[in-house]
Design a protein around this ligand. Structure first.
Ligand SMILES: Cc1ncc(COP(=O)(O)O)c(C=O)c1O
Length: 453
């Protein structure tokens, strides 16, 4: 069993004691060598080694070699990619990269994308664009009048499943709708959105609420489940409602031929979000929002007299989202895909999914383990259920296991709740993670559980 630490396991107080000296800002400067020594002594031990097979719990990974190369260049040149004027090459590269990705994902000819800071902001922008379209149908501009333009803004609602990401809650808050605008549909036995429930809910709500967007998740954060997009698209079409697919985590897996069927219908989504900074191994932050019709991204445009000028013909990524200063995020993505080749990209994506399937098959046969779902992607939720332990002790046991593993610092596991059940979770993004490494973590889970009082 690997005894190597992937981080110190220190308490927040211990970490702060070590790091304090870094922020003792002084009149005298330090040489780069002195800085390096200080950082490797004080900070590095408390960072997590995402490159180790024993790290298999979260959505992080180290950059892939091609991505690292592009990222170094992007950093050295520090290009701002707002518009043609500030970085002609950067602006065109981003535009072309997003169009090439639309084709790679099989989106419609009219589809377009833009780079975002993170999936959270991509989801927020999707809801804004959906609301904008709703306002247009009612004959006014959301940009000008805001939600007050609606006869009764209190009726506006967004539907997602109970496993939809919490960034959607942020989105309805910042849109000024408040969380009462979020309505949750149930999930089926594999934690995919229950479409029968969705259909019934929309019918029931039709007299009292105005549902302007349904958010399907392609790879939920808890279990990696992929909602049935095609069926949800049918329902949205029946109700003339915007469909956003939150593929922040899962969309990449649509590229693997054996997984593609799970994403049937994505080209019907009005908008899609995707985080290449998850399993693509490009530096954080790297997210993209795609829209089926390019004019929907134009809803974001704000022109100024000195910068994003109206009627310019040159590429202008800065008018497709809120940030003015934007980094050359497309470069590491492009260099990574070119370095690996599409075949290499697909092989890297497939390997963790196969590991998770194998672990699922193994856990399913263990009498002291319970799997909570069949993995659609690279996430698996399970819990240890030792014989004879009273039911009410099971949730505390999972927390005890999680806490102990975290503090030991040698491996990683995460914890989440599915309804009221606390579960342990593997999230496998990196192709360096092996079945053996996860089996070692499972052995550790058992060992820790034995001493649980
Ligand atoms: C399904 C889903 N949506 C949205 C997000 C938010 O993305 P980000 O962390 O890039 O803001 C996540 C993050 O894990 C996610 O899993």
């Amino acid at each position: 069993m690997s005894d190597e630490r992937i981080w110190s396991g220190a308490s927040p107080e211990e970490v702060a004691r070590d790091i304090e000296t870094l922020v003792a800002f002084a009149d005298e400067g330090l040489s780069i060598e002195e800085l390096d020594t200080m950082l490797s002594d004080r900070l590095m031990p408390h960072l997590i080694r995402y490159d180790r097979p024993s790290f298999h719990s979260l959505f992080n990974m180290v950059p892939e070699d091609g991505a690292l190369h592009g990222a170094r260049l992007a950093l050295e040149w520090n290009q701002g990619v707002t518009n043609w004027q500030v970085s002609p090459g950067g602006a065109v590269l981003e535009e072309l990269c997003c169009r090439a990705l639309c084709r790679l994902f099989g989106l419609e000819e009219s589809a377009e994308g833009t780079v975002m800071y993170s999936g959270t902001y991509a989801n927020q922008q999707a809801l804004y664009m959906a609301l904008h379209r709703k306002a247009e149908k009612e004959g006014f501009s959301l940009a000008d009048e805001g939600v007050n333009g609606f006869a009764d803004p209190g009726r506006l609602a967004v539907v997602t499943s109970v496993d939809g990401h919490f960034s959607l809650r942020h989105a309805v808050r910042v849109l000024g709708l408040g969380e009462k605008a979020m309505v949750k549909a149930g999930v089926d036995g594999n934690r995919r959105m229950d479409t029968a429930h969705l259909r019934k809910m929309l019918a029931d709500l039709s007299g009292t609420r105005d549902v302007f967007c349904v958010v399907a998740t392609a790879g939920t954060t808890s279990t990696g489940s992929i909602d049935p997009i095609d069926e949800i698209a049918d329902i949205c079409a029946d109700h003339d409602t915007w469909l956003h697919v939150d593929g922040a985590y899962g969309l990449a897996y649509q590229l693997i031929p054996e997984w593609k069927h799970l994403f049937a219908g994505i080209e019907r989504a009005d908008s899609l979000s995707w985080d290449p900074h998850k399993q693509f191994g490009v530096p954080i932050p790297s997210s993209i929002i795609f829209t089926r019709r390019s004019e929907d991204l134009r809803r974001m445009a704000i022109f100024s007299s000195y910068w994003n000028l109206p009627d310019t013909v040159e590429p202008n990524p800065g008018i497709k989202s809120i940030p003015s200063t934007r980094p050359l995020t497309a470069l590491p993505l492009v260099t990574s895909i070119r370095h690996l080749g599409i075949r290499g990209v697909i092989d890297r994506l497939r390997s963790p999914l196969e590991v998770v399937r194998e672990i699922h098959a193994y856990l399913d046969e263990q009498p002291d383990m319970e799997c909570l779902h069949e993995p659609d992607t690279g996430i698996l939720c399970f819990r240890i259920v030792p014989e004879g332990l009273p039911g009410e002790r099971l949730n505390p046991l999972q927390y005890h296991v999680y806490d102990t593993i975290l503090k030991e610092g040698r491996r990683s596991i995460s914890i989440t709740k599915l309804d009221n059940t606390s579960v342990l979770r593997f999230v496998v993004l990196s192709p360096t993670v092996t079945v053996e490494a996860i089996r070692e973590t499972i052995a550790e889970v058992r060992y820790i559980a034995e001493s649980f009082g």
